[in-house]
Ligand binder design. Structure first.
Ligand SMILES: NC(=O)c1ccc[n+]([C@@H]2O[C@H](COP(=O)([O-])OP(=O)(O)OC[C@H]3O[C@@H](n4cnc5c(N)ncnc54)[C@H](OP(=O)(O)O)[C@@H]3O)[C@@H](O)[C@H]2O)c1
Length: 222
C-alpha cells in the first residue's frame, strides 16, 4: 500500500511517516526544507520528495503511479503572540497562510489526481477545530481560522467531485498536539493524535462524505 504525506519532516507529518512505515506501507514523505529526521529512518520503504505546497513548481523526486492514501498535512499557523488579532493582522499574512493551508492541498490533489484515481485512494485533509465556526468562542487567529475553514469547504468539494472515481475524503482535526506549531504546549502527544487519526482514516467509510472528524472519532461542528 502506498501513502504520500506532505510536511513530513517533523511534527504530525513525521508521526504519520513512523506509523505507516511500522505498518508495512511504502511511504512518500514530502518536505519543503531540511529532512534530516527522514534521512535518519534508513528504510527501503521510505521515498523522499522535495515539495513546497505553497509553490506552483514541480515536486523534486519520483512520485508513485498509484496512491492508496494521501495525507495533506503541511500547514503553517502564521503570526503568533497576538499577531492575528483584529488590530494587528495584515493581508499579506492572511494570504500566506491561506496559500499554504487551503490552496496547498488543492495543488497537491491536482498534481496527484491520476495516481489517486489509480489507487482509488483515501484523502485526509488536516484542518483544525479552529476552522470551525461552531467551535469559535474566542475570536482572533484571523489568518489561521480562515485558512482552515476554507480547507473544510475545499475538502467537501473534493469529496463530492472525486466520489465517482471511488476516492473517499475526510477532513481531520488532530487535537491540540505537542508539536512546534503549539510550542509543545498541546494537551496530547503526537503518538496519541496519530493513533486516533489513522483509526479514523481506516474507518473512513463509516463517515459521511467529506465529514469533519476529530482524532478521537467525534464529529466536529462546522
Ligand atoms: N499541532 C496541533 O495542535 C494542530 C492542531 C490542529 C491542526 N494542526 C495541523 O496539523 C498539521 C501539522 O501540524 P504540526 O503541529 O505538525 O505543525 P509543525 O510541527 O509546525 O509542522 C508543520 C509541517 O508543515 C510543513 N510545511 C509548512 N509549510 C509548508 C509548505 N509550504 N510546503 C510543504 N511543507 C510545509 C513544515 O515544513 P518545514 O519544516 O519546512 O517548515 C512542517 O513539516 C498542520 O496542517 C496544522 O495546521 C495542528
Amino acid at each position: 500500500m502506498n501513502v504520500l504525506i506532505t510536511g513530513a519532516n517533523r511534527g504530525l507529518g513525521l508521526g504519520f511517516v513512523h506509523h505507516y512505515l511500522a505498518h508495512g506501507w511504502q511511504v512518500w514523505a514530502c518536505h519543503r526544507s531540511e529532512c534530516e529526521a527522514l534521512k535518519g529512518l534508513h528504510s527501503d520503504a521510505l521515498h523522499t520528495v522535495c515539495w513546497d505546497v505553497g509553490e506552483n513548481t514541480e515536486p523534486q523526486g519520483l512520485l508513485p503511479d498509484k496512491l492508496h492514501l494521501l495525507i495533506n498535512n503541511a500547514g503553517v499557523y502564521g503570526p503568533g503572540s497576538g499577531g492575528q488579532s483584529l488590530d494587528l493582522i495584515v493581508p499579506e499574512a492572511m494570504l500566506e497562510v491561506f496559500n499554504t493551508d487551503c490552496i496547498g492541498p488543492v495543488r497537491v490533489v491536482q498534481r496527484l489526481k491520476s495516481s489517486l484515481i489509480a489507487g482509488q485512494a483515501a484523502i485526509a485533509n488536516i484542518s483544525s477545530k479552529m476552522g470551525s465556526t461552531g467551535d469559535n468562542s474566542s475570536g482572533g487567529a484571523y489568518a489561521y481560522r480562515a485558512a482552515k475553514a476554507g480547507l473544510v469547504i475545499v475538502s467537501k468539494s473534493m469529496a463530492v467531485d472525486l466520489q465517482s472515481y471511488g476516492i473517499r475524503v475526510v477532513t481531520l482535526h488532530p487535537g491540540w498536539v505537542q508539536t512546534d506549531m503549539t510550542h509543545q504546549t498541546g494537551l496530547i502527544d503526537i503518538e496519541t493524535s496519530i493513533a486516533g487519526m489513522t483509526q479514523v482514516i481506516e474507518n473512513i467509510d463509516d463517515y459521511e462524505l467529506g465529514q469533519f472528524v476529530a482524532f478521537n472519532g467525534s464529529i466536529v461542528p462546522y
